[in-house]
Design a binder for this molecule. Structure first.
Ligand code: C2O
Ligand code: CU
Ligand code: CU
Length: 470
């Protein structure tokens, strides 16, 4: 409650005060409810050209204290890359951080050279231009973040993450539905506002390494307990991204159901009514949310979810937390909208056409018994191949699987057939469980990472290299 009040206090600083504060040194964090958009500097049609700089700055993240952060264009979260299917995207990136970095376009199907994986580091002080074309049929919610060798968790924890929204050429949802972007993250601070990264050899550092670093302060778009206003009967489309290092969110709107319409790689074929959504690290969901009775409010909650092994499970894991308030205004009810029963068709990849079946065994911090070696190729294949990956988690902790470059479809989980077809790049593999996915490498030769998206695990080598040959 105290946190919520001080967040409001920051939000209500007048522009003049903000200028005064700015000149004293610390910059007041952007107070709008969603991050700004990256400005398009291109005059060409179907081209989005933007400038993106990663640098050091001081912002108020946890209400009431200044923190030294890493930020994209001075913002945490970074500005949103807003594009359409078919657009040519050109990003002029500058690294003003004191360390090497990359920009990885999580979930986007693009050439290897633009993937921003650890194979293409950008040194401190250097610049690089990323270029790719957004493929038709890939409209959805994605995100960008650094992916330097062994430092991804640190760089994201310091504030480097931003959303990518790819709009469809023809969106099936009525244009009257307004969209909200919700980037979920968490963080942990020392009393003076310093972002807390304990020494790796300390007890807390050891627990972070085991669990994946979590923090008690939960953010939506970099704000603690913000609110969203909705009209009675209004339907809003929420694009939600889990940008945290280790926290798996299990979200629910107290007292009402939601309609899930999409996941990592865009819309489902049909809307699905849900009570809650499990969002593993790096995963996205698109939801339709309805306004309640006039003048009422509800809360977006994070319900307890036990992803941990018993020896390092946090004492407060069972506590339900609040993320944001949804306030239904007193305005007259919104006109009813009709949600189409079919959103699109998705071609199901044919399992009988698979050219290989791979087994990927997740141990604690290792894949198939090994840690990451960038000079090794773990899986070698070729453009055009369709493969089934059998992912087996043999340990007592969840590990979220991620593949670069290619979206996949889930075939089954623990032998239970997936109820619907969807494009995904993130899949939580719960403790002692298995899942089978199918993927087709339909373009772009190169070396692609596959890894656990608990960033501490990834940084400590829970990652492999998939080489797709021409
Ligand atoms: Cu979101 Cu390899 O990363
Ligand atoms: Cu990725
Ligand atoms: Cu893991």
């Amino acid at each position: 409650m105290v946190l919520a009040l001080s967040a409001t206090a920051v939000a209500s600083i007048s522009p003049r005060d903000a200028l005064l504060i700015r000149s004293v040194a610390p910059v007041v964090r952007d107070v709008s409810s969603s991050p700004p958009l990256l400005a398009n500097i291109s005059k060409l049609p179907r081209t989005v050209e933007v400038n993106l700089t990663a640098g050091l700055t001081t912002l108020i993240l946890q209400p009431g204290v200044n923190s030294e952060v890493f930020a994209y264009n001075g913002h945490v979260p970074g500005p949103t890359l807003d594009v359409r299917e078919g657009d040519r995207v050109i990003v002029h990136f500058k690294n003003e951080l004191p360390e090497p970095t990359t920009v990885h376009w999580h979930g986007i199907h693009l050439p290897f050279e633009s993937d921003g994986s650890p194979f293409h580091p950008i040194k401190s002080g250097e610049s690089h231009t990323y270029e790719f074309t957004v493929r038709p049929g890939t409209a959805g919610t994605y995100w960008y973040h650094p992916h330097p060798d062994r430092r991804t968790g640190f760089a994201i924890g310091k504030g480097l993450f931003g959303a990518i929204v790819v709009h469809a050429a023809h969106d099936p949802l009525p244009a009257s539905i307004s969209e909200k972007l919700l980037i979920l993250s968490d963080n942990r601070f020392l009393k003076d506002g310093t972002i807390d990264f304990p020494d790796a050899v300390s007890q807390h550092g050891g627990i972070d390494e085991e669990n994946g670093r979590e923090g008690p302060v939960l953010f939506v778009n970099g704000r603690v307990m913000p609110s969203i206003s909705i009209r009675s009967g209004e339907v809003q489309r929420w694009r939600i991204i889990n940008a945290s290092a280790g926290r798996i969110f299990r979200i629910a709107l107290a007292g009402q159901t939601m309609t899930q319409i999409g996941t990592d790689g865009g819309l489902f074929e049909k809307p699905v009514e849900v009570q809650e959504v499990l969002l593993t690290t790096g995963e996205r969901a698109e939801l339709l949310v309805r306004g309640g009775a006039r003048g009422t409010r509800t809360v977006l909650q994070n319900l307890p979810y036990d992803r941990y092994s018993p020896n390092t499970r946090p004492a407060d894991w069972k506590v339900t937390r609040e993320l944001l308030t949804l306030e239904t205004s007193n305005a007259p009810p919104a006109a009813a909208v009709t949600i189409p029963p079919t959103l699109r068709t998705i071609e199901a990849l044919d399992t009988t056409r698979a050219t290989a079946v791979r087994t990927v065994v997740f141990g604690q911090g290792i894949i198939n018994g090994k840690t990451m070696d960038m000079s090794r190729v773990d899986v070698s294949t070729h453009v055009g191949a369709t493969e089934i990956w059998d992912i087996v988690n043999i340990v007592g902790m969840d590990h979220p699987f991620h593949l670069h470059g290619f979206q996949f479809q889930v075939i089954d989980r623990d032998g239970v057939r997936e109820p619907y077809v969807a494009w995904k790049d993130m899949l939580n593999i719960p403790k002692h469980s298995t899942a089978r996915i199918i993927v087709r490498y339909d373009d772009y030769p190169g070396k692609w990472m596959f890894h656990c998206h608990i960033l501490d695990h990834e940084d400590h080598g829970m990652m492999g290299v998939l080489e797709v040959l021409k």
